[in-house]
Design a protein around this ligand. Sequence first.
Ligand code: GUN
Length: 293
Amino acid sequence: MNVLDGKGLATQIKAEIALKVEAMVAQGKRRPHLAAVLVGDDPASHVYVRNKVRSCEKSGFESTLVRLPNTVTQQELMQKIHELNADDTIDGFIVQLPLPKHIDDEAVTLAIDYRKDVDGFHPMNFGRMALGLSCYVPATPLGIITMLERYGVETSGKSCAVIGRSNIVGTPISILLSRKALVGNATVTLVHSRSKGAAEILKQSDIIIAAIGIPHYLTADLVKEGAVVIDVGINRVEDPAAKRGYRLVGDVDYGAVAPKCSYITPVPGGVGPMTVTALLMNTLKAATHEIYK
Ligand code: GUN
């Protein structure tokens, strides 16, 4: 069994990005600049955004954190997005989700200039991804693809089950793994709450991507010997013995599943750090106008 060390790989890729940034600066160019909009005080969102800002610093990027209160109006948030769209010193920006209930997320996503949409959530980027055109690929799927590529995990011709059909993970990773590409060419089944025979599908899969948000959903009886298991879950479960009163567990029952796998990602230290790194990869592409001129 091989552990896919997302934390170590993320550190390595961030160092590679930092070298590219210093080369840009040496040529007299501006540092890549990522802005993150954080609305309200959801504790998990705070942690994610803090990690994104810290990672920017480690790779030599400029970063700007825009904090807005829970009570922000749709109009005020839209105004901020228009400002970020128009700001030539900002290469890319994200609006951290989830947003408060009174905010229309769809309108927010559509308002972001797709050329600065380093989250890859705008329909222009999502549509281009589905068509196999160059685009900003959403960070979590890009992190997973990058990890599979760097570790040389074969996907071509393999059967792959994706559990969960969210817009930010399940749906895009299912599209990417079935594409004709270096990491792709898999036969993908998207398993969701209405799927019949999910257990049988999972038991036959060479690769399983668990992105359902249920702690320890994927148990050992659902995984075949030699499978590749990618755990996207970051679930907080109460733990009075832990310093913060909770611990983070994935969607996979790691202890029981790992011995059966050829490759598996841990939680924490697997997909999470790769997601943040993928956001930096996209921001670097935005700064160098690699995707849109
Ligand atoms: N919330 C959970 N994941 C993400 C992400 O990748 N981007 C944004 N903007 N919000 C999120």
